[in-house]
Design a binder for this molecule. Structure first.
Ligand SMILES: O=C(O)[C@@H](O)C(=O)CO
Ligand SMILES: [Mg+2]
Length: 263
């Protein structure tokens, strides 16, 4: 049975954050993910999760100052202390929330961040550090290629680069977060991509392309993609990370259709 997680940063935003857990459960989701829990006390978020009876699948490590377009610290020189403190905070939340996956965002290094080689070395050392800390807590650190139309200048802008980085970091607690929405915009050829990355993929996300709405519309064929994930033996979670075209529950026909099918 395919397991779908509601991304609470995008779904059920009609409701306050803490109410979205129950809304996701009521809609039929068995797991949740979101970008950041840090505006709330970990115990309060954990109680919302527990009361709703959903699994905490994923969230992101602190990204720096989101309001000034910082999108992760892993490639930003001179932010070592903040990066390490963020790893610690994220692992504390993961412990309280019972979460086994943390996304570490690469960041937008900018033109004054150093040479390509220096940025690469910094990225490798920071993600390796996060993985070493995470492994001690039974947590896997994920890296996610993001398309630069949505996030201009984002460092990890291709799946090929993610594979190279994972190989170079060479730590069992690092894996790929394969967001099929970004991957379609970056390169397409998704069936082959799912097959080629099956050995390193620990989390998948879906949305329609190009609008990032419900995953059963636009240029992707969700039924086909779920079939390929089945074919390669993917048994992990699939995050529904899209902006609903209208009210969230009104657009959940896809969930009922695919969850209802014995897969
Ligand atoms: O795809 C996305 O945007 C997210 O998965 C994320 O973590 C960064 O915004
Ligand atoms: Mg994503």
């Amino acid at each position: 049975m395919t397991r779908f997680a509601a991304n609470l940063s995008m779904l059920f935003t009609e409701l306050p954050f803490l109410d979205r857990f129950q809304a996701a459960a009521d809609a039929g989701f068995t797991g949740v993910e979101y970008l950041f829990p840090y505006d709330h006390d970990a115990a309060v978020v954990a109680e919302a999760r527990r009361a709703a009876g959903v699994e905490q699948v994923l969230f992101n490590m602190p990204p720096g100052d989101w309001s000034v377009e910082e999108r992760g610290l892993a490639t930003l020189p001179g932010r070592e202390e903040e990066f390490r403190a963020g790893v610690e905070t994220a692992l504390q939340y993961a412990h309280v929330l019972g979460c086994r996956r943390l996304h570490v965002m690469a960041g937008v290094p900018g033109t004054d961040a150093g040479s390509a080689q220096q940025i690469r070395e910094l990225y490798v050392s920071r993600v390796r550090y996060a993985a070493e800390q995470a492994a001690a807590h039974g947590v896997t650190v994920l890296v996610e290629p993001i398309n630069t139309r949505d996030m201009p200048g984002y460092h990890l802008d291709s799946v090929e680069l993610a594979r190279e980085m994972i190989a170079e970091i060479d730590h069992p607690a690092v894996a790929l977060q394969l967001d099929l929405y970004h991957a379609q915009i970056i390169q397409g050829d998704l069936s082959e991509l799912i097959r080629a990355t099956a050995d390193i993929t620990a989390h998948v996300q879906i949305a329609s392309v190009p609008d990032r709405h419900e995953p059963d519309g636009g240029e992707l064929d969700l039924q086909h993609l779920l079939g390929v994930l089945d074919e390669v033996g993917y048994t992990g979670w699939i995050g529904a990370e899209y902006r609903p075209a209208g009210e969230t529950t009104a657009g959940l026909g896809w969930l009922h259709r695919f969850q209802g099918e014995a897969r």
